[in-house]
Design a protein around this ligand. Structure first.
Ligand code: GDP
Length: 451
């Protein structure tokens, strides 16, 4: 997501590097490049026009600052304006004073509403809420079943009109407005503090569908209506968003499929065209491929300044404290770093999510895009397989792993012996690094990254 936009913008800024003063021509040229990059990323034309005009005005009038050179000042201005068009401040859900808080999802079919419902429920549950999912998409065959599966994965109950519906061919029948009402009273009875209502979508904007969503919203008095939009739909995003804004007057936007190769125009257009904030982003099909959307962090990612805050949050959320303390103790005691430890650290990293995604949040990621694209998350699985094929003794004393043991391990894990060699070599380097750090009293760091 945003990769090509990010590459183009960073290349533009490179041209400004080292300039002592920016002439009007420099600013014009830069603005033209940024304009092209945004249009190529499918950002809506009026949004681009407004953006460029603000950048130009601000860059021309930029005060000379002691701390920043002119090139950096332009980056700073672009960063601030990007944050602006992405919606400014981070906006989280507003919970009703009288629970339950009712959240309704609306959007076109295939936008990712049902998938998102499960993720949002999981997210809220992890924050201590007790959500109930309500299945009101009675149009798409299998939507109810899909929500039930999502609910099971998230460990969140689902209220559905026909609990047993499982036929792929047939859509459940019933009145979605009535189901929504029943869902909310069930939530009240069972003391759920949040209700998430999944609604039906159509392939295109359609008056009947919009009316149905508006009816559900009115019947249950939804506190938040989230418009779910597939970030890959490009220029259509703006029209669809406007239609839904008029139809259901949504309170926030959720961008889905931000993991794809889409050019990102939807993300950059919808908030400014509708004046409604982007609140969440969905970045894959897994339950955890979900983020609170922070305009400032997203702008930093686009400008390749890295999103270290999100990285830290993900680390904190998934890091196993007991495991980390155990490791620190080992270092304090100057015990040997073994392949077991190597594996455990690798598994901790893996819990944070896709390594590729994590690396993409590092500052300078745009500069190593090619390496990132080649990075294969499954290589961690292969390393695990290799280490699991070793005996406990081998894991604790890797020195004994001679040629015939290597051949046996390779065979057992289904890899070529050269991969076993490479792993042992990398482990050797990590072990040395750990020794050095432990000797110097430093904190343990990460062992070498997988190939
Ligand atoms: P709905 O019709 O709006 O309920 O859409 P679904 O939730 O059924 O999603 C449509 C398709 O998009 C499904 O195949 C999902 O697995 C997929 N999908 C949803 N969200 C994402 C996402 O963030 N990334 C990717 N890659 N796929 C997604």
């Amino acid at each position: 997501m945003f990769n090509s936009l990010s590459d183009r913008l960073t290349a533009t800024f490179k041209n400004l590097r080292g300039k002592g003063k920016l002439s009007e021509a420099d600013i014009d040229g830069t603005a033209r490049e940024i304009r092209r990059a945004l249009l190529d990323a499918d950002v809506a034309v009026p949004v681009v026009r407004e953006f460029i005009s603000r950048i130009k005005t601000r860059a021309m009038g930029a005060e000379v600052s002691g701390a920043l050179n002119p090139g950096q000042q332009v980056v700073k201005i672009v960063n601030e304006e990007l944050v602006n068009i992405l919606g400014g401040q981070t906006r989280e859900l507003q919970f009703a004073k009288q629970p339950p808080t009712i959240i309704m999802l609306a959007g076109l079919q295939g936008a990712g509403k049902t998938t998102l419902a499960g993720k949002l429920a999981f997210h809220l549950k992890s924050k201590g809420h007790a959500p109930l999912l309500v299945a009101c998409d009675l149009q798409r065959p299998n939507a109810v079943r899909q929500l039930q599966v999502g609910g099971e994965r998230a460990g969140v109950p689902v209220y559905a009109p026909h609990p047993g519906v499982s036929s792929e061919a047939e859509a459940p029948t019933g009145d979605p407005v009535a189901v929504a009402r029943e869902g909310v009273s069930t939530a009240r009875e069972k003391l759920h503090d949040v209700v998430i209502i999944d609604t039906a979508g159509r392939l295109g904007v359609d008056a009947e569908l919009m009316q149905q969503a508006a009816d559900i919203k009115a019947a249950v008095g939804a506190h938040e209506t989230l418009f779910v939009i597939d970030a890959m739909i490009g220029q259509d995003a703006v029209n669809t968003a406007q239609a839904f804004n008029e139809g259901v007057n949504f309170t926030g936007v959720v961008l889905t499929k931000l993991d794809g190769d889409a050019r990102g125009g939807a993300a950059l257009s919808v908030a400014s065209v509708t004046g409604k904030p982007v609140m969440y982003a969905s970045t894959g099909e897994g339950l955890k491929d979900f983020e609170v959307f922070h305009p400032d962090r997203m702008a930093r990612r686009i400008l390749d300044m890295g999103d270290v805050l999100s990285l830290i949050e993900q680390a904190e959320a998934s890091w196993d404290k007991a495991e980390a303390e155990k490791m620190a103790q080992k270092f304090a005691d100057q015990e040997d770093f073994t392949l077991e430890d190597f594996l455990s650290q690798m598994q901790q990293l893996k819990k944070m999510g896709s390594m590729k995604k994590l690396l993409g949040m590092m500052p300078g990621a745009a500069g190593m895009r090619q390496q990132l694209d080649q990075f294969d998350d499954s290589s961690i699985g292969r390393i695990e397989a290799i280490i699991y094929s070793m005996t406990p003794h081998e894991r604790n004393a890797p020195k004994i792993i001679n040629g015939s043991r290597r051949a046996r391990i390779a065979k057992g894990s289904g890899v070529h012996v050269s991969e076993v060699n490479m792993l042992l070599e990398r482990f050797g380097q990590a072990q040395k690094m750990m020794k050095k750090m432990a000797g110097g009293g430093g904190m343990p760091g990460m062992p070498g990254m997988p190939p």
